[in-house]
Design a protein around this ligand. Structure first.
Ligand SMILES: Nc1nc2c(ncn2[C@@H]2O[C@H](COP(=O)(O)OP(=O)(O)O)[C@@H](O)[C@H]2O)c(=O)[nH]1
Ligand SMILES: [Mg+2]
Length: 311
């Protein structure tokens, strides 16, 4: 019989929790979640209000499983869709074990940042402050901003990061891991996202629409994965509908001789195929649906909580 050796260390207890990233539109929340997870789970574009629903990215950090909650930006909402997005962001914050306020340091304390600081003050919860985009700002500007924000009394600590190049991100992740509650892991260890492949595929197409369209058009589109056929040769045939609100937008999305939709489709197909690791045939149909922003069904398709937009 072998006795267990005396010096054998007990395995560290596992930790698991939700860390929500809140911030103004364009602060870099989705970029940060993708970097933390090490894979693309959230779509990113230079335009504001790209993220509409709550997206979870799941990552392991030592004995901790951190469920990162990417939220739509917090800003002053006007329309129903915007109200639903902002409500979703605050709800994500409420439900989380830990809050990270991500700030675009190059923009400083603008009205959106102020609104979030006031919201935190009202809630009585402390957040971790993460000043982002430090690759684009000089230290002389960063230090006064850090001091001014720390004075607000709503932050427990401050990190300076670049979600884009990864500077400081590992430190933030390790710190958050240490703050997670002792708990079994809630997801299998190889899971990195909680949305279905159908929704992720629709999101990828929406990202390409956001990147290739301008002015009001990106905000008028919604994407639904309608069909998903697995073929015996290993390929997948995916049919998606792109909803727009008016005929003029449809014409823009299609482009001259269908050139625009073709370019969007090619970009989306390439990325969906990469995600799935197999060949993809992607068919996009553009349809007018003038009132989709008032239709519950289209919110649900996109993973957005309809009732969150109620006044
Ligand atoms: N220079 C720089 N750009 C960044 C950084 N993080 C995000 N961005 C850019 O900021 C824009 C908005 O990013 P996104 O993640 O969609 O922001 P979100 O709206 O907060 O989710 C994109 O063009 C990103 O490439 C960063 O650390 N440095
Ligand atoms: Mg986003």
């Amino acid at each position: 019989m072998t006795e267990p050796s005396q010096g054998e260390a007990m395995p560290e207890p596992t930790r698991c929790g939700f860390a929500a990233i809140i911030g103004a539109p364009n602060a870099g929340k989705s970029t940060l979640v993708n970097r933390l997870v090490g894979s693309k789970v959230a779509i990113v574009s230079p335009k504001v209000q790209t993220t509409r629903a709550r997206v979870l990215g799941i990552a392991l950090e030592g004995p901790a499983q951190i469920i990162w909650v990417d939220t739509p930006g917090i800003f002053e909402p006007r329309r129903r869709l915007e109200r639903a997005m902002v409500a979703t962001a605050w709800k994500g914050a409420e439900d989380a074990d830990l809050l990270i306020h991500l700030v675009d340091a190059t923009r400083g304390i603008d009205p959106d940042v102020r609104r979030i600081m006031n919201g935190l003050k009202g809630s009585g919860r402390k957040a971790i402050l993460a000043l982002n985009k430090i690759d684009q700002i000089r230290l002389e500007r960063l230090l006064p901003l850090t001091a001014e924000m720390a004075d607000a009394g709503v932050y427990s600590e401050t990190f300076m990061i670049s979600a884009l190049n990864g500077d400081g991100v590992a430190d933030l992740s390790r710190r958050v891991a240490a703050l997670m509650p002792a708990s079994p892991w809630l997801y299998p260890e190889d899971q990195i996202a909680d949305i279905s492949q159908r929704l992720l595929a629709a999101e990828i197409t929406r990202e390409k629409l956001f990147l290739q369209l301008h002015e009001e058009v990106p905000y008028a589109v919604a994407v639904e994965t309608e069909t998903w056929e697995e073929h015996r040769d290993g390929s997948v045939r995916i049919g998606q509908v792109v909803f727009v609100m008016k005929a003029s937008q449809k014409a823009i999305v299609l482009g001259k001789g269908g050139a625009r939709i073709k370019a969007i489709s090619t970009a989306a197909r390439t990325e969906i195929a990469q995600m799935l690791g197999r060949p993809v045939h992607l068919l996009l149909f553009v349809k007018e649906r003038p009132n989709w922003q008032d239709e519950r069904e289209v919110y649900e398709i996109q993973g957005i909580d309809w009732s969150a937009g109620e006044r």
